[in-house]
Write a protein that binds this ligand. Structure first.
Ligand SMILES: Cc1cc2nc3c(=O)[nH]c(=O)nc-3n(C[C@H](O)[C@H](O)[C@H](O)COP(=O)(O)O)c2cc1C
Length: 470
């Protein structure tokens, strides 16, 4: 364990609050971790193998950023975790894919075949067949009469209607379908009635990446209340732990989350600016400079057609303005041919730095391999073709950032929330100002150890009446 730097935080605990006592004891026991603290996944192995291994060795939970990776890369990562961590804590991200359910099914196949015991399920608007299959596989009655649930699901949520579906058992019609196809057993189908879809709900407030920008102080108590209400009709929902993410970058914020009743906390943005994170050094250099006001809300490239929003770094980048422009053009026009010639020229010369034909040739080859149905639609529907071409810009912008390209730096897509700026401000003029001295597990120590100290100090000052002038 590292010594937690004090960084001007209250330094002497005056009550018995220690990082190990924050949040839910069941969370710690169930996941076999020291703290009720999680490092969330970040696509394309930005939440890298090294990050997961470093956290696991420190006895802390994190999720591998499997989104956007090929199955063989995920398999290799999982094998490495199992080899190097044994039973140590780790999990893998499962992203809902409404556009391409086969991708989700492929991921779940990998998880089941390779014994992945924990997933962080994100972007689901309801449980899907693949997620239900993962959750139910291996359910069995334990000798004490309880139901043994080998596959743990942490669901990222921010909307009440989605929260309800994860507090409930798997939808019956999906269970029946899986049973009819022989993908689950009769016992698993029967026990499904007693098991909520998630073990942990992570209420995601104003976070980096995809976000509904909900306010943490509203979302967390509301989700806790929703959980307690659900337990009146379905008692096992009462055991679902509710944690929070979005905006947690300093100990005070983490302390606040625990005071409001969070069973665990989850961070994202701050972990991107560490030695272990899988993005480029150039991105880490930029992130290290970011202040809390340096972020922007833009359309999310992978869900451009739905208007979903994401939070990204703005400082020094054209990407946010360009993402907005592409979204506006997509809304206003029905095909690439319909674009104003000046816009078409600007996109090809400045955004893509290639012609639409070249972008389409590459996009076509990709969709032929991964999603032929979408390609067929694009051949019929020019608006859909325009969508796929525009999406290529968002993919390209992630690649540029991850590779650290020097020429197209203004096009970097760097998902990030204000928590990053808050941490930078805390670490200014300390040995941790430089990201090269920031490690993902040390940030966990800093936030959890710091939160324990903040709480001890506040509790002391709120319970001590000073009698002045006596
Ligand atoms: C660069 C980046 C990439 C992310 N990618 C994913 C992802 O692929 N899947 C996912 O579930 N969450 C993803 N997230 C969200 C994080 O796991 C986490 O929930 C969020 O960052 C927490 O909020 P914070 O950024 O304010 O700490 C990403 C976040 C960032 C900053």
């Amino acid at each position: 364990m590292v010594a937690v730097p004090h960084l001007g935080l209250p330094s002497r605990p005056r009550a018995d609050i220690v990082p190990e006592s924050l949040g839910s004891a069941e969370f710690r026991a169930d996941h076999g971790v020291r703290y009720a603290y999680v490092a969330g996944s970040m696509y394309k192995a930005v939440a890298s193998e090294d990050m997961v291994l470093r956290m696991g060795r420190a006895g802390l939970l994190s999720y591998f950023g499997a989104g956007g990776l090929r199955a063989d890369r995920v398999v290799a990562a999982v094998e490495r975790f199992q080899r190097e961590l044994g039973d140590g804590p780790y999990g893998v991200n499962l992203l809902a894919s409404m556009e391409n359910p086969a991708k989700e099914a492929e991921q779940v196949e990998v998880f089941l075949r390779h014994g992945v015991r924990r997933v962080e399920a994100a972007s689901f608007i309801r449980p899907t067949e693949s997620l239900v299959r993962y959750r139910l596989t291996g359910l069995r009655r334990a000798p004490d009469g309880s139901v043994h649930v080998p596959h743990k699901v942490m669901a990222k949520v921010s909307r009440p209607e989605v929260i309800d579906t994860f507090l409930a058992p798997a939808p019956r019609q999906l269970v029946d379908c899986l049973l009819a196809d022989g993908r689950i057993t009769a016992e698993e189908a029967e026990l499904a009635r007693q098991v909520p879809m998630a073990d942990d709900l992570c209420a995601e407030a104003d976070s980096g990446g995809h976000t509904d920008q909900r306010s943490l102080v509203i979302l967390l108590p509301d989700t806790l209340r929703q959980r307690d209400r659900a337990a009146r009709d379905f008692a096992p929902a009462g055991r679902v732990r509710v944690g929070v993410a979005g905006g947690l970058g300093v100990p005070d914020a983490v302390a606040g989350a625990f005071v409001m009743g969070a069973d665990f906390v989850l961070t994202g943005s701050i972990n991107q600016c560490t030695v272990e994170c899988g993005t480029s050094e150039r991105v880490k250099d930029m992130l290290q400079q970011a202040a809390v006001q340096d972020m922007a809300i833009v359309p999310a490239g992978d869900m451009l057609e739905t208007g979903t929003r994401a939070q990204v770094l703005r400082r020094g980048l054209f990407y946010p303005a360009r993402a907005n422009k592409l979204y506006e053009l997509y809304r206003r026009h029905d095909s690439l041919d319909d674009l104003d010639p000046r816009d078409a020229d600007q996109l090809q010369r400045r955004y893509f730095r290639r012609s639409f034909e070249e972008v389409w040739a590459e996009t076509r080859a990709y969709y032929e391999r991964t999603n032929p149905a979408s390609l067929e639609k694009a051949e019929r529907d020019p608006k859909h073709k325009m969508l796929l071409v525009f999406k290529a810009y968002f993919v390209q912008s992630i690649r540029l950032a991850m590779s650290g390209s020097a020429e197209q730096q203004v096009d970097y897509q760097v998902n990030c929330g204000p928590a990053m700026g808050a941490l930078n401000s805390l670490l200014r003029d300390t040995p941790y100002e430089d990201w090269r001295s920031r490690h993902v597990d040390h940030l966990a120590e800093l936030l959890m150890g710091g939160a324990a100290r903040v709480l001890s100090e506040r509790l002391h000052s709120m319970t001590t009446v000073e009698r002045r002038g006596q």
